[in-house]
Design a protein around this ligand. Sequence first.
Ligand code: SF4
Ligand code: SF4
Ligand code: SF4
Ligand code: SF4
Length: 283
Amino acid sequence: MDYTNQIREIATRLFTEDKIDVFVGYRMTGFDDNQVPALIRDPKEVSQLVFTDKSVFNLTNYLKNEHTRNKRVGLVVKGCDSRSLNLLLTESQVKRDKLYVIGIACEGVIDEAGNKMQNCMECVVPDAVVYDEMVGTPKGKQGYQVNADIHELASKELVERRAYFEEIFENCIRCNACRHSCPMCYCAKCCIDQETSTLYNGANTKSSAFHALMTWSLHLAGRCVDCRNCEKACPSHLPLHLLHKWNERVIFENFQEHLAGVQEGDRGAFYKYSMQDPNDFIM
Ligand code: SF4
Ligand code: SF4
Ligand code: SF4
Ligand code: SF4
């Protein structure tokens, strides 16, 4: 997957036609073969843009950035990223008429070892669901899969699961990079933030990390699009997807096969209440 030329051509056209103030895409780091997000304001810098299977980050996170607020923004979105864009639109965080969206029909991205990422192996919506123009060949919606690691988690007893998460979250340093890198975490004052939280009182203890991450995952329940921006940002390399994919599976099975952000205007799982919903998971 290499759409570098197409992305550069589109960005050049958008600047030339004075349709955007800033273009949010990817560029090389400059010191290895990985990529970082790029905010391009000068058309002369369009040649920095790239798009390949190393374009891993979800750029919609930059729509909550002051450099893009109230600007006309050109933006590249893969399938998962476009689902978070749909949610940001639905939750009135961004204005559609300020955006020019280049949707990617995504073939999957790879990790630093060159392996296809796990979320891409089980991706349900590879093609962008909101866009002004599409790049690549769409392959359509795929079947929902539950990964082996979630099945393994489900096979544990509740106390065992709790002990498992308590143990791995001991390595959390409460840096909050996970929630800062999540496009769906845009609250000005976050309840799990160490500096401001009365709930956690700034404490960086084993228990505070566990409660913060559990609270965070519940705020993403039915809203997580499985882009794994959070996991890529975590300096402790914690398997945060286990929390989100667990919630995703429970919600998919109990809320009419809900998947976050797939439908435009879809306000989320908890608005899909129906008298026919199973209630065996409710205490
Ligand atoms: S999860 Fe899907 S849309 Fe997102 S990068 Fe992977 S294959 Fe592409
Ligand atoms: S919780 Fe993580 S995987 Fe889910 S939307 Fe946020 S950044 Fe993406
Ligand atoms: S964790 Fe909750 S309160 Fe904090 S930014 Fe995310 S959604 Fe908002
Ligand atoms: S990014 Fe990792 S270490 Fe930092 S708060 Fe989140 S889970 Fe903890």
